[in-house]
Design a protein around this ligand. Structure first.
Ligand SMILES: Nc1ncnc2c1ncn2[C@@H]1O[C@H](COP(=O)(O)OP(=O)(O)OP(=O)(O)O)[C@@H](O)[C@H]1O
Ligand SMILES: [Mg+2]
Length: 236
C-alpha cells in the first residue's frame, strides 16, 4: 500500500461568522492522482486554500509527509513541497511568458530547464509566445501558462483547482495525460467539475458536500455509480 503524502483529519474552517468547512477528512496516497469533486459551493476551493494556509484552520489536523502543517504560513507550506494552482489562474500580466516561468523556477537549475523543454514540447503555444507579455495572451493561453508553471519545479505534491475550466477539449485531454504521467514524481490533487477530466486523471476520489467529506473511493467505481453521481454531482 502507498504511504499517505497528505492527510486531513476532520478539518474545520471559519471565515468571520461563516462555518465554511465542517469536517473534511482526506487521505492522499503518494503517487495516486486524486480528484476532489462536489457541486458549486461544496467547499473544494476552501479545502485547497486551507491546506495551503490561505484560509484559517479552526480545528482538525493536516499532515504532509508525516509533519503537521496546520497553522503554518503559506510560504512555509509551499517550501515544504506543496505546489498550488489557484482557481483564478493568475499570471503576472506585466511580465513576459519567459519571466513568468523563470519566476516559478525556484533555483533555476539545469533540472528546471530540462522540465521547461518538456513543457515546450507539451504546450507548443508556450514556446510560440515565450517573449510575449503574459497579459496579452488569450484566456486559455494564460490558463496554460499558469498551470504549466507548476511543472518546472517538481514538487512532491501539486494541488490544482479546476484546470479544465475554459480550455478546449483537445487541450483538456492533453493536460489530463500530462497530469497522469507525472505521478511518479508529483502526486496530483485535482479539484474538477469536468467529470471527463476528473475520471481521466483521478485514480481515487473524494466528494465534498456542504463543507464535509461525504463519499470516497476508487474512480473506476464512481464512474459506474449512477446513484452517487446523481445525488452529489448532479450528473447522470
Ligand atoms: N471568504 C468567504 N467568505 C464567506 N463565505 C465564503 C468565503 N469563501 C467561500 N465562502 C463560501 O464557502 C462555501 C464553499 O466555497 P468554495 O469556494 O470552497 O466552493 P467550491 O466547492 O470551490 O465551489 P465552485 O465549484 O463553485 O468553485 C460557499 O458557500 C462559499 O460561498
Ligand atoms: Mg471552487
Amino acid at each position: 500500500m502507498n504511504e499517505a503524502i497528505l492527510q486531513l483529519k476532520d478539518i474545520h474552517s471559519h471565515i468571520g461568522s461563516h462555518h465554511i468547512l465542517q469536517g473534511v477528512s482526506l487521505t492522499i496516497k503518494k503517487g495516486v492522482p486524486t480528484t476532489i469533486l462536489g457541486r458549486n459551493g461544496a467547499g473544494k476551493t476552501s479545502t485547497l486554500r486551507t491546506i495551503m494556509g490561505l484560509n484559517p484552520l479552526t480545528s482538525g489536523d493536516i499532515t504532509f509527509l508525516g509533519d503537521s502543517i496546520g497553522g503554518k504560513k503559506p510560504y512555509e507550506i509551499a517550501r515544504k513541497g506543496i505546489g498550488f494552482v489557484s482557481e483564478n489562474k493568475v499570471v503576472l500580466s506585466e511580465l513576459t511568458v519567459e519571466e513568468n516561468f523563470r519566476l516559478a523556477m525556484i533555483n533555476e537549475s539545469e533540472k528546471s530547464w530540462q522540465l521547461m523543454e518538456k513543457v515546450w514540447e507539451l504546450f507548443p503555444d508556450i514556446k510560440k509566445f515565450w517573449k510575449a507579455k503574459a497579459g496579452n495572451l488569450s484566456g486559455g493561453q494564460k490558463q496554460m501558462v499558469s498551470i504549466a508553471r507548476s511543472f518546472v519545479d517538481e514538487r512532491p505534491l501539486l494541488l490544482i483547482d479546476e484546470p479544465a475550466k475554459g480550455l478546449a477539449p483537445i487541450i483538456v485531454d492533453h493536460l489530463g495525460e500530462v497530469l497522469k504521467q507525472i505521478k511518479d514524481k508529483t502526486t496530483v490533487v485535482l479539484v474538477e467539475q469536468n467529470f471527463h477530466m476528473a475520471s481521466l486523471v483521478g485514480e481515487q476520489y473524494f466528494i465534498l458536500d456542504d463543507g464535509r467529506t461525504v463519499h470516497q473511493g476508487k474512480m473506476e467505481d464512481l464512474v459506474l455509480n449512477e446513484e452517487v453521481k446523481k445525488k452529489y454531482l448532479g450528473i447522470g
